[in-house]
Design a protein around this ligand. Structure first.
Ligand SMILES: Nc1nc2c(ncn2[C@@H]2O[C@H](COP(=O)(O)OP(=O)(O)OP(=O)(O)O)[C@@H](O)[C@H]2O)c(=O)[nH]1
Ligand SMILES: [Mg+2]
Ligand SMILES: [Zn+2]
Length: 280
Protein backbone atom coordinates (compact mmCIF):
# COMPACT_ATOMS: atom_id res chain seq x y z
CA UNK A 1 0.00 0.00 0.00
CA UNK A 2 1.20 3.52 -0.76
CA UNK A 3 1.10 6.38 1.73
CA UNK A 4 2.89 9.48 2.91
CA UNK A 5 4.81 9.94 6.15
CA UNK A 6 3.15 12.72 8.14
CA UNK A 7 5.01 12.45 11.45
CA UNK A 8 7.94 10.58 12.98
CA UNK A 9 8.28 9.87 16.67
CA UNK A 10 11.49 8.02 17.61
CA UNK A 11 11.22 4.79 15.56
CA UNK A 12 7.52 5.11 14.75
CA UNK A 13 6.58 6.42 11.32
CA UNK A 14 3.02 7.66 10.90
CA UNK A 15 1.89 6.90 7.37
CA UNK A 16 -1.24 8.55 6.00
CA UNK A 17 -3.54 7.00 3.40
CA UNK A 18 -6.88 8.68 2.64
CA UNK A 19 -7.20 10.31 6.09
CA UNK A 20 -6.21 7.07 7.88
CA UNK A 21 -2.96 7.04 9.83
CA UNK A 22 -0.96 3.83 10.19
CA UNK A 23 1.91 3.80 12.73
CA UNK A 24 4.68 1.75 11.10
CA UNK A 25 8.24 0.62 11.67
CA UNK A 26 10.93 0.44 9.01
CA UNK A 27 12.54 -2.63 7.49
CA UNK A 28 15.74 -3.46 9.36
CA UNK A 29 17.74 -3.19 6.16
CA UNK A 30 17.08 0.59 5.97
CA UNK A 31 19.60 1.29 8.67
CA UNK A 32 22.28 -0.76 6.93
CA UNK A 33 21.56 0.98 3.63
CA UNK A 34 21.48 4.42 5.31
CA UNK A 35 17.90 5.02 4.23
CA UNK A 36 16.35 7.55 6.62
CA UNK A 37 12.70 8.23 5.89
CA UNK A 38 11.54 11.81 6.52
CA UNK A 39 8.18 13.55 6.74
CA UNK A 40 6.88 14.10 3.22
CA UNK A 41 8.22 10.80 1.89
CA UNK A 42 5.91 8.64 -0.16
CA UNK A 43 6.39 5.05 0.94
CA UNK A 44 5.19 1.54 0.15
CA UNK A 45 4.22 -0.31 3.29
CA UNK A 46 2.73 -3.59 4.43
CA UNK A 47 -0.60 -2.73 6.02
CA UNK A 48 -0.86 -5.96 8.06
CA UNK A 49 2.69 -6.02 9.39
CA UNK A 50 2.90 -2.22 9.63
CA UNK A 51 6.30 -2.21 8.02
CA UNK A 52 7.59 0.41 5.57
CA UNK A 53 9.20 -1.49 2.71
CA UNK A 54 10.28 1.21 0.31
CA UNK A 55 10.83 4.97 0.18
CA UNK A 56 9.85 6.27 -3.25
CA UNK A 57 12.09 8.61 -5.22
CA UNK A 58 11.96 12.12 -3.75
CA UNK A 59 11.42 15.35 -5.64
CA UNK A 60 13.70 17.03 -3.08
CA UNK A 61 14.88 16.45 0.45
CA UNK A 62 16.21 18.76 3.16
CA UNK A 63 18.30 18.14 6.19
CA UNK A 64 17.09 21.03 8.28
CA UNK A 65 14.21 20.76 8.69
CA UNK A 66 14.09 17.09 7.69
CA UNK A 67 11.35 17.16 5.05
CA UNK A 68 10.90 16.03 1.47
CA UNK A 69 8.77 16.54 -1.62
CA UNK A 70 7.94 20.18 -1.00
CA UNK A 71 6.81 22.79 -3.54
CA UNK A 72 7.45 25.91 -1.50
CA UNK A 73 8.85 27.09 1.81
CA UNK A 74 7.53 29.90 3.95
CA UNK A 75 10.34 31.54 5.86
CA UNK A 76 8.62 32.71 9.00
CA UNK A 77 10.67 35.80 9.76
CA UNK A 78 10.09 37.67 12.97
CA UNK A 79 11.04 41.32 13.19
CA UNK A 80 11.63 41.21 16.96
CA UNK A 81 12.06 38.43 19.53
CA UNK A 82 13.98 36.97 17.74
CA UNK A 83 15.34 39.96 15.82
CA UNK A 84 15.14 40.33 12.07
CA UNK A 85 18.29 38.99 10.39
CA UNK A 86 19.20 39.71 6.77
CA UNK A 87 21.96 37.08 6.92
CA UNK A 88 19.46 34.41 7.87
CA UNK A 89 16.97 35.59 5.28
CA UNK A 90 19.54 35.51 2.46
CA UNK A 91 20.90 32.13 3.56
CA UNK A 92 17.45 30.68 3.54
CA UNK A 93 16.59 32.14 0.14
CA UNK A 94 19.84 30.80 -1.32
CA UNK A 95 19.21 27.35 0.12
CA UNK A 96 15.76 27.21 -1.43
CA UNK A 97 16.94 28.56 -4.80
CA UNK A 98 19.70 25.93 -4.91
CA UNK A 99 17.06 23.22 -4.38
CA UNK A 100 14.57 24.77 -6.81
CA UNK A 101 12.00 25.35 -4.08
CA UNK A 102 10.07 28.60 -4.10
CA UNK A 103 10.80 30.73 -1.02
CA UNK A 104 8.04 32.90 0.43
CA UNK A 105 8.95 35.52 3.01
CA UNK A 106 6.40 35.75 5.82
CA UNK A 107 6.93 38.54 8.35
CA UNK A 108 5.74 38.24 11.95
CA UNK A 109 5.60 40.50 15.01
CA UNK A 110 5.20 43.77 13.13
CA UNK A 111 3.08 44.79 16.11
CA UNK A 112 6.24 44.89 18.27
CA UNK A 113 7.95 47.45 16.03
CA UNK A 114 7.96 51.22 16.21
CA UNK A 115 6.66 52.91 13.10
CA UNK A 116 10.09 54.21 12.17
CA UNK A 117 11.72 50.78 12.52
CA UNK A 118 8.95 49.33 10.42
CA UNK A 119 9.52 51.89 7.67
CA UNK A 120 13.18 50.88 7.42
CA UNK A 121 12.34 47.21 7.19
CA UNK A 122 9.56 47.78 4.68
CA UNK A 123 12.04 49.60 2.49
CA UNK A 124 14.30 46.53 2.52
CA UNK A 125 11.37 44.19 1.92
CA UNK A 126 10.39 46.27 -1.12
CA UNK A 127 13.74 45.30 -2.61
CA UNK A 128 12.97 41.59 -2.15
CA UNK A 129 9.61 42.12 -3.83
CA UNK A 130 11.26 43.99 -6.69
CA UNK A 131 13.49 41.01 -7.48
CA UNK A 132 10.48 38.70 -7.57
CA UNK A 133 9.88 37.31 -4.09
CA UNK A 134 6.51 37.13 -2.44
CA UNK A 135 6.47 38.94 0.91
CA UNK A 136 3.47 38.55 3.20
CA UNK A 137 2.66 39.37 6.79
CA UNK A 138 1.29 36.80 9.24
CA UNK A 139 -1.81 38.99 9.38
CA UNK A 140 -2.53 38.44 5.65
CA UNK A 141 -4.45 35.23 6.31
CA UNK A 142 -6.41 35.23 3.06
CA UNK A 143 -3.29 35.74 0.97
CA UNK A 144 -1.48 32.98 2.85
CA UNK A 145 -4.41 30.64 2.31
CA UNK A 146 -4.42 31.33 -1.41
CA UNK A 147 -0.69 30.61 -1.53
CA UNK A 148 -1.11 27.33 0.36
CA UNK A 149 -3.92 26.02 -1.82
CA UNK A 150 -3.02 22.88 -3.81
CA UNK A 151 0.65 23.06 -2.76
CA UNK A 152 2.92 21.20 -0.38
CA UNK A 153 4.42 23.88 1.83
CA UNK A 154 6.77 23.92 4.77
CA UNK A 155 6.87 26.55 7.49
CA UNK A 156 10.43 27.06 8.61
CA UNK A 157 12.38 29.70 10.49
CA UNK A 158 13.98 30.60 13.77
CA UNK A 159 12.61 29.19 16.96
CA UNK A 160 10.04 31.56 18.43
CA UNK A 161 9.37 33.28 15.09
CA UNK A 162 5.71 32.25 15.15
CA UNK A 163 5.33 29.24 12.84
CA UNK A 164 2.95 27.30 15.05
CA UNK A 165 1.06 30.46 16.02
CA UNK A 166 0.36 31.21 12.36
CA UNK A 167 -0.69 27.62 11.65
CA UNK A 168 -3.14 27.77 14.54
CA UNK A 169 -4.52 30.97 13.08
CA UNK A 170 -4.98 29.24 9.73
CA UNK A 171 -6.73 26.29 11.34
CA UNK A 172 -7.48 26.42 15.09
CA UNK A 173 -8.30 22.69 15.05
CA UNK A 174 -4.61 21.82 14.84
CA UNK A 175 -4.19 23.32 18.29
CA UNK A 176 -0.39 23.33 18.07
CA UNK A 177 1.69 24.13 21.09
CA UNK A 178 3.16 27.63 21.01
CA UNK A 179 6.01 28.90 23.12
CA UNK A 180 6.79 31.73 25.40
CA UNK A 181 9.52 34.08 24.32
CA UNK A 182 12.19 34.51 26.96
CA UNK A 183 12.55 38.26 27.07
CA UNK A 184 16.00 38.05 28.65
CA UNK A 185 17.44 36.27 25.62
CA UNK A 186 14.97 37.33 23.01
CA UNK A 187 14.83 33.72 21.91
CA UNK A 188 12.18 31.08 21.79
CA UNK A 189 12.60 27.73 23.39
CA UNK A 190 12.24 25.13 20.63
CA UNK A 191 8.61 24.47 21.40
CA UNK A 192 7.87 22.37 18.31
CA UNK A 193 9.92 19.18 18.58
CA UNK A 194 8.97 17.18 15.49
CA UNK A 195 7.95 17.84 11.92
CA UNK A 196 4.28 17.34 11.26
CA UNK A 197 2.36 17.38 7.98
CA UNK A 198 -1.29 18.42 7.79
CA UNK A 199 -3.66 18.24 4.82
CA UNK A 200 -4.94 21.75 4.06
CA UNK A 201 -6.91 23.35 1.21
CA UNK A 202 -6.25 20.50 -1.23
CA UNK A 203 -2.56 20.76 -0.41
CA UNK A 204 -0.37 20.08 2.59
CA UNK A 205 1.44 22.19 5.11
CA UNK A 206 4.21 21.20 7.52
CA UNK A 207 5.09 22.66 10.91
CA UNK A 208 8.75 22.17 11.81
CA UNK A 209 11.04 22.71 14.79
CA UNK A 210 12.72 26.09 14.60
CA UNK A 211 16.45 26.58 14.35
CA UNK A 212 18.78 29.09 16.00
CA UNK A 213 21.18 29.28 13.07
CA UNK A 214 21.38 27.94 9.54
CA UNK A 215 24.43 26.67 7.66
CA UNK A 216 25.05 27.10 3.97
CA UNK A 217 27.99 24.78 3.51
CA UNK A 218 28.83 22.20 0.88
CA UNK A 219 27.65 24.26 -2.07
CA UNK A 220 29.82 25.48 -4.94
CA UNK A 221 30.49 29.15 -5.68
CA UNK A 222 28.43 28.78 -8.87
CA UNK A 223 25.47 27.38 -6.97
CA UNK A 224 25.60 30.26 -4.51
CA UNK A 225 26.15 32.84 -7.26
CA UNK A 226 23.11 31.58 -9.17
CA UNK A 227 21.02 31.58 -6.03
CA UNK A 228 21.27 35.40 -5.93
CA UNK A 229 18.66 35.61 -8.65
CA UNK A 230 18.95 39.34 -9.28
CA UNK A 231 22.59 39.02 -10.42
CA UNK A 232 21.37 37.55 -13.71
CA UNK A 233 19.68 40.89 -14.49
CA UNK A 234 23.14 42.42 -14.87
CA UNK A 235 25.42 40.43 -17.19
CA UNK A 236 29.03 40.87 -16.08
CA UNK A 237 31.57 41.48 -18.87
CA UNK A 238 34.15 39.26 -17.17
CA UNK A 239 33.88 35.58 -17.99
CA UNK A 240 33.33 33.36 -14.94
CA UNK A 241 33.48 36.44 -12.72
CA UNK A 242 32.83 35.80 -9.05
CA UNK A 243 32.09 39.50 -8.59
CA UNK A 244 34.77 39.93 -6.00
CA UNK A 245 37.85 41.67 -7.40
CA UNK A 246 37.45 43.40 -10.77
CA UNK A 247 36.52 47.05 -10.26
CA UNK A 248 34.72 47.03 -13.61
CA UNK A 249 32.59 44.08 -12.50
CA UNK A 250 28.97 44.83 -13.37
CA UNK A 251 27.64 43.43 -10.12
CA UNK A 252 29.95 45.63 -8.05
CA UNK A 253 28.88 48.65 -10.08
CA UNK A 254 25.21 47.90 -9.58
CA UNK A 255 25.81 47.62 -5.84
CA UNK A 256 27.43 51.05 -5.88
CA UNK A 257 24.51 52.39 -7.93
CA UNK A 258 22.09 50.98 -5.32
CA UNK A 259 20.44 48.71 -7.83
CA UNK A 260 21.59 45.66 -5.88
CA UNK A 261 21.03 45.79 -2.13
CA UNK A 262 24.40 46.23 -0.40
CA UNK A 263 23.55 43.67 2.31
CA UNK A 264 22.71 41.07 -0.36
CA UNK A 265 26.11 41.58 -1.94
CA UNK A 266 27.91 41.42 1.43
CA UNK A 267 26.04 38.24 2.30
CA UNK A 268 26.93 36.78 -1.08
CA UNK A 269 30.63 37.44 -0.38
CA UNK A 270 30.38 35.88 3.04
CA UNK A 271 28.52 32.81 1.73
CA UNK A 272 31.24 32.13 -0.87
CA UNK A 273 33.83 32.52 1.87
CA UNK A 274 35.29 35.91 0.93
CA UNK A 275 35.76 38.35 3.77
CA UNK A 276 35.19 42.03 2.98
CA UNK A 277 38.92 42.91 3.19
CA UNK A 278 39.87 40.31 0.58
CA UNK A 279 37.66 41.61 -2.18
CA UNK A 280 39.71 44.63 -3.31
N1 LIG B 1 3.55 40.03 19.33
C1 LIG B 1 3.51 38.96 18.55
N2 LIG B 1 3.80 37.75 19.05
C2 LIG B 1 3.76 36.68 18.23
C3 LIG B 1 3.42 36.80 16.86
N3 LIG B 1 3.49 35.56 16.30
C4 LIG B 1 3.85 34.73 17.29
N4 LIG B 1 4.01 35.38 18.46
C5 LIG B 1 4.43 34.83 19.78
O1 LIG B 1 5.74 34.30 19.65
C6 LIG B 1 5.91 33.18 20.52
C7 LIG B 1 6.49 31.98 19.78
O2 LIG B 1 5.55 31.54 18.84
P1 LIG B 1 5.54 30.05 18.25
O3 LIG B 1 4.40 29.98 17.29
O4 LIG B 1 5.60 29.04 19.34
O5 LIG B 1 6.93 30.04 17.46
P2 LIG B 1 7.53 28.86 16.57
O6 LIG B 1 8.13 29.50 15.37
O7 LIG B 1 6.51 27.82 16.32
O8 LIG B 1 8.71 28.33 17.52
P3 LIG B 1 9.39 26.85 17.56
O9 LIG B 1 8.30 25.85 17.63
O10 LIG B 1 10.25 26.88 18.79
O11 LIG B 1 10.22 26.73 16.33
C8 LIG B 1 4.54 32.92 21.13
O12 LIG B 1 4.52 33.45 22.43
C9 LIG B 1 3.59 33.66 20.22
O13 LIG B 1 2.43 34.11 20.90
C10 LIG B 1 3.11 38.11 16.34
O14 LIG B 1 2.82 38.32 15.16
N5 LIG B 1 3.19 39.14 17.24
MG1 LIG C 1 6.46 25.83 16.76
ZN1 LIG D 1 31.49 40.34 -11.98
Amino acid sequence: MKGQIVKISSDLYFVSVDQHIYPCKCRGIFRKEHITPVVGDYVLFNKEKRIIEEVQTRKNVFDRPKVSNIDQAFLITSLKLPDFSLVLLDKFISLMEIHNVKPIICITKEDLMLEEELNNINHILEYYKSIGYIVVSNTDIDTIKSLLKDKTSVFTGQTGAGKSTLLNRLNPEWNLEVGEVSHALGRGKHTTRVVELFPFLDGKVMDTPGFSSLELTGYSIDEIKNSFIEFSNYPCPFKDCNHTKESECRIKQEVLANNILESRYQNYLSFIGVSSDEKN
